[in-house]
Design a binder for this molecule. Structure first.
Ligand code: IPE
Ligand code: IPE
Ligand code: MG
Length: 243
């Protein structure tokens, strides 16, 4: 073992993929797969907080996922609602601050209200920020940012990279250092297309319901061994952009 302390990514983002295949392998319904995935998320939030991750972003429902069969979409919406109902108190007690990435206005009204309530009820928490990407699409987020920039009457020469970052759903949140995708797929699937420009990627064949604390630690250990150069050369100034 080396004496070098483990480099902990400040912001970890996860594409939680593979619930359906996990269920199928067990002869269960896709809904049961999503339930198992939700259970796993509870564990991973705690594990990430224990490790010292400050921001955890989870991709849970994409703008493309509306194209799934109606009962699967309804099941997923219901699952988010019941999860907020059942978990909010504990999340508050554990110091989790909830944020939402995506458009609330096109979500079922009762669910949108619950999401707003969970954001409000946890806004003073600072142990870990949990960004829930729900009804989220990276391209839709860019459209949203452009709409806001135009609505704010910002002149073309005032548009900078920082300004665009500030107008995304993630405004004020640092870019992800590490993006994890489970289930053996090698795609970005419209996730954080702007923010992950210089993220480190970690792919694992493990299906999301099986991605446990040990797997998270492994991903973080692999991250810790990477050299982030940000286009520069190895050595002294390599980590400048990492703050
Ligand atoms: C990820 O699991 C959860 C969502 C996209 C909502 P999937 O439902 O995509 O699982 P697979 O990819 O079919 O196994
Ligand atoms: C990405 O998974 C979206 C979420 C995990 C929420 P999908 O299963 O929807 O993505 P594709 O179809 O493999 O690109
Ligand atoms: Mg999938």
């Amino acid at each position: 073992m080396s004496d070098t302390p483990l480099k902990i990514p400040r912001h970890v983002a996860i594409i939680m993929d593979g619930n359906g295949r996990w269920a199928e392998a067990r002869g269960l319904s896709r809904y049961e797969g999503h339930q198992a995935g939700t259970e796993n998320l509870r564990r991973v939030i705690r594990a990430a907080a224990d490790i010292g991750v400050q921001y955890l972003t989870v991709y849970a429902f994409s703008t493309e996922n509306w194209g799934r069969p109606k009962d699967e979409v309804e099941g997923l919406m219901m699952l988010l609602e019941t999860t907020i109902d059942n978990e909010l108190e504990e999340l508050i007690a554990e110091g989790v601050q909830i944020r939402h990435l995506g458009r609330l206005e096109s979500m079922p009204k009762a669910l949108a209200r619950k999401v707003e309530h969970s954001i409000d009820a946890t806004k003073e928490n600072h142990r870990i920020v949990l960004n829930i990407a729900w009804n989220y699409g990276g391209r839709d987020e860019v459209v949203y940012a452009v709409q806001k920039i135009i609505a704010d009457h910002i002149e073309p020469d005032q548009v900078t990279e920082q300004m665009i970052s500030d107008h995304l759903f993630t405004g004020g949140i640092p870019d992800p250092d590490l993006v994890i995708r489970t289930s053996g797929e090698y795609r970005i699937s419209n996730f954080m297309i702007w923010q992950s420009a210089y993220a480190e990627w970690y792919f694992t064949p493990t299906l999301w319901p099986d991605f446990d604390k040990h797997e998270l630690e492994k991903a973080i250990a692999v991250y810790g061994m990477r050299e982030r150069r940000f286009g520069k050369l190895s050595g002294g100034n390599a980590d400048v952009a990492n703050g």
